[in-house]
Design a protein around this ligand. Structure first.
Ligand SMILES: NC(=O)c1ccc[n+]([C@@H]2O[C@H](COP(=O)([O-])OP(=O)(O)OC[C@H]3O[C@@H](n4cnc5c(N)ncnc54)[C@H](OP(=O)(O)O)[C@@H]3O)[C@@H](O)[C@H]2O)c1
Length: 294
């Protein structure tokens, strides 16, 4: 299948390049395709005529989105609309990547695909805009909601925790923000399977199995990196805010139930198993290396 990838230089984009080797990939980083440019999106689809587009380009810095919601909407909302319109013109299937953060976290059980979104921050609102606009502009759209991504060869949460530990900085993570850490390679394979199986349009949740708080994740990272002796303080979001933290509001619970993918026989392993593999590769240096920037 000929598959065009937007945001190909990001975490998920690089994983798609690494794992979808059976397909004819057209990786476009921001320098080659800025999704805020509607004409550029149309030209890219006209030129390459892919059968599918995996749309990874996004403004993912949640603090920046909070400070500049208009920019968040321009990239994550309207930019996604541009990609969807270009796909509709050329008949390419669209896989638009979205987020667990579209939910408000009031539930205490995993969110199924048709649960009602209610974004709490500007990033999540702009991503939900993107979902709605994509589906409105192009009927053959698969919205894939992912959760807490980390990818090989990237400055992800795993590496940030380890860097802080190495520098002896105090480690303190919340226990009341719960979702599922997900390996971008696992997500990339699941997305490929959706396309290969000709999955019907609609919303799909794709995260690794199980659930964890930020604190659980950090503790597991240190364990797998052989640094279990590093103290990790647990804190609640309210206590964190009392210390002056002013970051965007996050859903306390945004675990995804991969119901529709499971019905197609697509399951993802438990997050701890995926994280262990990340560290196995990291320790031995034998893991697939991130491809050079495109
Ligand atoms: N990271 C997570 O934990 C997480 C969780 C759930 C869902 N998601 C979603 O998963 C998708 C992939 O995330 P990721 O972690 O791979 O993000 P990422 O590493 O931040 O990659 C996003 C890429 O999009 C590019 N980009 C930004 N603005 C653009 C524009 N106007 N035109 C074209 N490209 C642009 C960025 O380029 P620059 O670096 O040059 O800005 C970056 O390479 C996104 O839709 C994200 O919202 C992420």
């Amino acid at each position: 299948m000929k598959i065009l990838i937007t945001g190909a230089n990001g975490q998920l984009g690089r994983s798609l390049l690494r794992t979808l080797t059976a397909h004819d990939l057209v990786p476009l980083a921001r320098a080659n395709l800025d999704i805020t440019d509607a004409d550029a999106c149309a030209r890219a689809l006209d030129e390459h005529r892919p059968q599918a587009v995996i749309h990874c380009a996004a403004l993912t810095d949640t603090n920046r989105c909070e400070q500049d919601p208009a920019l968040a909407r321009a990239v994550n909302g309207i930019g996604t609309e541009h990609v969807a319109r270009a796909c509709a013109r050329t008949g390419a299937r669209l896989v638009a990547i979205s987020t667990n953060e579209v939910f408000d976290g009031a539930q205490s059980t995993p969110y199924v695909e048709n649960a009602r979104p209610n974004p709490l921050n500007a990033y999540a609102l702009s991503k939900l805009d993107g979902e709605v606009l994509a589906a409105a502009r192009h009927a053959d759209t698969l919205i894939v909601r992912a959760s807490w991504l980390y990818g090989d060869g990237y400055v992800n949460f795993n590496e940030k925790v380890l860097a802080a530990a190495a520098e002896g900085r105090p480690l303190r993570f919340v226990t009341d923000e719960i979702a599922t850490p997900t390996a971008t390679d696992d997500l990339a394979r699941a997305i490929a399977t959706l396309l290969e199986h000709g999955a019907p349009p609609g919303i799909y949740h794709l995260s690794n199995g199980g659930e964890a708080s930020r604190h659980d994740w950090a503790v597991e990272i240190l364990h797998l990196a052989g640094r279990s002796d590093t103290p990790v303080e647990s804190i609640t979001t309210a206590d964190l805010r009392a210390t002056g933290y002013t970051g965007p509001q996050k859903p306390p619970y945004s675990v995804l139930a991969n119901t529709r993918a499971a019905a197609l026989g697509i399951t993802l392993r438990d997050w701890r198993d995926a994280l262990k593999e990340y560290f196995d590769y990291r320790e031995t240096g034998n893991g697939a290396q991130a491809p050079p920037p495109v």
